[in-house]
Design a protein around this ligand. Structure first.
Ligand code: ATP
Ligand code: MG
Length: 194
């Protein structure tokens, strides 16, 4: 699952857990994006801190892992490269064991996939799982049915944008992010200015 995770929140974790359940996944790897090219906010957390929040948020679930592949690669993140790097790391670590790959993304982001670099390469290397998020109408984004699944997850109207706004406004974020993530937001004084 790729995302800016700025910060990671319970919407991400519920979506991952639901996808893991539906597709019987052994692992879900969360990959915070590197240098962001589509979001321009001066208060966003540095990649190392977004990675740290992702590690903390995934610590309690044995299926969940965080990866540095995107934050360690210079330049903007492209999903085709994320998948390639994860697949070669897995091949090395497992001695060439076979694996089935899924890329989990919000259904909103899925609709943009045709605009991503190398959509064919992405569809060749992973099954795409689009999770619905509240307020998003599930529409067929016109992708090959055998390579794409849309799943509905319990409605959670949580977004990183809303969490950042809440922090800036002094509103509570308790129960919207894991407590360890809330502690890191405090500790690094993230998102304080609007
Ligand atoms: P922002 O508000 O900054 O865009 P975000 O909450 O969308 O942040 P991202 O890091 O952009 O978080 O999201 C990573 C992926 O998780 C995206 O594919 C996004 O669509 C999906 N996602 C985010 N929030 C939810 C949610 N509450 N339920 C399901 N999927 C979500
Ligand atoms: Mg988003």
């Amino acid at each position: 699952m790729g995302g800016s995770f700025d910060p990671i929140h319970l919407g991400h974790l519920v979506a991952a857990s639901e996808a893991a359940h539906r597709f019987d996944l052994d692992r879900v790897v969360f990959s915070p994006t590197g240098e962001s090219y589509h979001k321009q906010t001066d208060t966003r957390a540095p990649s190392e801190v977004r990675y740290l929040m992702t590690v903390v948020a995934t610590a309690a679930d044995p299926r969940f892992h965080a990866t540095r592949v995107d934050i360690d690669r210079p330049g903007p993140t492209y999903t085709a490269e994320t998948l390639k790097d994860l697949q070669s790391a897995f091949a090395e670590e497992s001695g060439g064991q076979d694996a089935e790959w899924f890329f989990i993304t919000g259904a909103d982001a899925l609709a943009d996939i045709l605009g991503w670099r190398d959509p064919d390469r992405i569809l060749d290397s992973a099954h795409l799982v689009g999770v619905t998020r509240p307020g998003h109408v599930l529409e067929d984004p016109g992708l090959p049915q055998d390579r794409v699944s849309l799943i509905e997850i319990p409605a959670l109207a949580i977004s990183s944008t809303d969490i950042r706004r809440r922090v800036a406004a002094g509103a509570p974020i308790q129960y919207l992010v894991p407590s360890g993530v809330a502690h890191l937001i405090d500790k690094y004084r993230l998102y304080r200015s609007a």
